[in-house]
Design a protein around this ligand. Structure first.
Ligand SMILES: [Zn+2]
Length: 108
């Protein structure tokens, strides 16, 4: 059996999956790249720090002023105020480029 699994992008065909950097640029967010390249700090939108949420860490980011945000699709995805869903790693071909899979939840 060598069934071809759908890719994460195919599962979320109505969204454009991006790396975090591509998201920041598409959202017009400002950020400070860490010296050691391990991530980003001081992410800002509308001259305010962007709020972060997550069950295990920072999994979604949202500007409380304009509502623009992004969600890490390889982490639990909020489905309501108190529940979340999770991609089945067995059924979906996950991105290999660093495990990314962010998407913009509300628009530019
Ligand atoms: Zn904003």
């Amino acid at each position: 059996m060598n069934e071809k699994k759908p890719t994460l992008q195919e599962v979320f065909e109505n969204y454009k999956l991006m790396t975090p950097l591509e998201c920041f640029e598409n959202l017009g967010w400002e950020y400070v790249r860490r010296q050691d390249d391990s991530g980003w700090d001081d992410i800002r939108c509308c001259d305010e720090p962007v709020e972060s949420f997550g069950f295990f860490g920072t999994e979604s980011l949202r500007c409380t002023k304009c509502g623009k945000g992004m969600q890490l699709m390889t982490a639990p995805i909020p489905t309501s105020n108190c529940t979340s869903g999770m991609i089945s790693y067995e059924k979906v071909e996950m991105p290999t480029d660093g495990g990314y899979g962010h998407l913009i939840i509300s628009g530019v």
